[in-house]
Design a protein around this ligand. Structure first.
Ligand code: C2O
Ligand code: CU
Ligand code: CU
Length: 567
């Protein structure tokens, strides 16, 4: 098997790609947008026509340009052919209602049009859109469905920043794709050997000799990029996923995990006639990142087939930049400051999430499939219920050997800490993805407001699309305050209580229960199980230290907390 892969690689490497002009997605202005999801073809490999999916074209989608405060409507029509090709369209990073969010529950059947409408409440930012069907995200994104959403607001407009789209303000969707022997785009393989930017292989762009804004998006299925430029040219990070930083942060490298966006400025002043390369310096990655030489951060476990991909642990080119003449009114300086710094608000509740392999075993610690809080994604289950108008801390613990980019829908959050330490300065802006190294935890602070819905959930998940499709996703509703406690749950009982460690308990209720979870007083989940609608279930406790615990019982959207004492 290894040998066959090696031969294929040689064939791949034998192709000499010509330099291709970078595709700049066309811009659409609202307030009404029409997105046609359709089949297409692209010649990624010269002379070979590969079937793709695109939005209003062969691949990717138009950039939708909106202002904060606009009320917009997006008509998404599913014109995909093939059997069972329903889709969804998710507005990644937007603060909007769950039913307009375009998660797995807002299915767009073939031939149908879905028309969500919402007010843009986000700050100026680089957001994006992509399909999110249950088990379908990776394939549909890999085949080409993704586009930028650029939000502008007053604060951003008042800054002296480049904003001529396609001239000095450039969207860059960075991806790698895998191809099977028939040159079809493949997923669930480690052979994503072909890097591309805006679906352009081996791209170049001519940029004017002045300050340039690059809006970086990692739209890859799995791979994290380590962005930098030849000669270690410094660049200035001005925005994270959901908005501007308080001041530019100078760096020569930037970790760009799947799903994330950063806006950076590069200063090409005086460089007319020169050329430089944006690259991924993945040879410099620490262990434990998909794309590093070793995807396991704890020395143990591997991913089958991973070593055969020449991109892993290697530096590779992303975009060649040739510097041309400056424009008539260039931005010539990196601004000293941007917007007021975000301050982390006080929170009233902490919620705990554990990322772990579905089944134990060293390779499973790196390969998955992975679950969150012990369970795999289920369309019909609401995993968490959040009362509206609250601020919560979500503590996400990565009990696997590989880093995961954890994404939360409903809008933006602030990263309080990674494993107890302040995040890098580039992560002080609003974020909707947090990258959690193996064995570490992240604590993010998120406000839940404006949109309550007892029935339709938002998602949280790993943004490595194969992990997501494999079940590394959960759902939460944001509900009106009085919907949170159902008095009937008062009839839930545990017997015996107090109990001995290792004992077997009976959990009963007058209403059918969905699931229970056992927590310690730190709020760490110890075990969980689905009850699936019965009114009594047996819980066999593991050996645990004596002390106080509690069992959370969920019935539909309600949760009851039952104290439990172990002797
Ligand atoms: Cu960009 Cu739930 O995803
Ligand atoms: Cu999202
Ligand atoms: Cu993951």
């Amino acid at each position: 098997m290894k040998q066959i892969l090696f031969v294929l690689l040689l064939i791949n490497a034998a192709f000499v790609f010509s330099q291709n002009p970078l595709l700049i997605p066309p811009v659409l202005y609202g307030p009404e947008f029409n997105l046609n999801v359709q089949n297409g073809t692209v010649e990624f490999i010269p002379g070979i026509v590969t079937p793709t999916y695109g939005i209003n074209g062969d691949i990717l989608g138009p950039t939708l340009m909106v202002n904060e405060g606009d009320v917009i409507t997006v008509n998404v029509t599913n014109n995909l052919t093939g059997t069972g090709n329903s889709t969804t369209m998710h507005w990644h990073g937007f603060h909007l209602s769950a039913e307009d969010d375009g998660g797995p529950h807002q299915i767009i059947e073939q031939g149908a049009t879905w028309s969500p409408s919402w007010e843009v409440m986000n700050d100026a930012a680089t957001l994006w859109y992509h399909p999110h069907g249950d088990g379908k995200t990776d394939l549909q994104v890999a085949r080409g469905l993704a586009g930028f959403f650029i939000v502008r607001d007053m604060e951003e407009t008042l800054l002296d920043l480049p904003r001529s789209y396609g001239i000095d303000d450039i969207p860059l969707a960075i991806q790698t794709k895998a191809f099977d022997v028939l040159n079809q785009i493949a997923i669930a393989t480690e052979m994503d050997t072909l890097p591309m930017v805006n679906a352009t292989v081996d791209p170049y762009i001519e940029l004017p000799a002045q300050v340039i804004r690059l809006r970086l998006l990692n739209g890859a299925s799995m791979r994290t990029f380590y962005i930098g430029f030849t000669n270690d040219m410094p660049f200035y990070v001005i925005a994270g996923d959901g908005g501007l930083l308080s001041e530019p942060v100078e760096h020569t490298r930037l970790i760009l995990p799947p799903g994330e966006r950063y806006e950076i400025l590069i200063d090409l002043s005086g460089m007319e006639g020169q050329s430089l390369m944006m690259r991924s310096f993945a040879s410099e990655f620490p262990d434990g990142i998909y794309g590093a030489a070793n995807p396991s951060g704890m020395g143990m476990g591997t991913i089958m087939g991973y070593d055969a991909n020449p991109l892993n642990g290697a530096d590779f080119d992303l975009l060649q930049i040739t510097v041309g003449a400056p424009t008539a009114s260039p931005v010539t300086a990196i601004p000293a400051s941007l917007i007021a710094p975000k301050t982390i608000p006080a929170y009233t509740n902490t919620r705990y999430f554990t990322l772990e392999p579905e089944t134990m075993g060293m390779d499973n610690m790196v390969m998955g499939p992975f679950v969150i809080n012990g369970v795999s994604f289920n369309m019909d289950v609401i995993n968490e219920v959040v009362p509206i108008n609250t601020i919560e801390k979500w503590r996400i613990t990565n009990n696997t050997h590989i880093s995961h980019p954890f994404h939360i829908h409903e809008g933006q959050f602030l990263i309080d800490n990674i494993n107890g330490m302040a995040p890098d300065a580039v992560d002080a802006a609003f974020q909707d993805v947090v990258f959690i190294p193996p064995g570490q935890f992240a604590e993010v602070i998120k406000t839940f407001e404006d949109f309550a819905d007892d029935m339709v959930p938002y998602m949280y998940h790993c943004h490595m699309l194969h992990h997501e499709d494999d079940g590394m996703m959960g759902s939460f509703t944001v509900v009106a305050q009085d919907a949170v406690v159902d008095p009937e749950l008062a009839n839930c009982q545990i017997y015996p209580n107090p109990a001995a460690s290792g004992a077997s308990l009976i959990l009963s209720s007058t209403v059918p229960m969905d699931a229970w979870r056992l927590y310690n007083t730190l709020g760490e989940m110890i075990s969980t199980a689905q009850v699936t609608g019965s009114t009594a279930t047996q819980i066999r406790l593991p050996e645990l230290p004596a002390g106080a615990y509690y069992i959370a019982v969920s019935v539909g959207e309600y949760t009851a907390m039952l104290p439990l004492v172990l002797q």
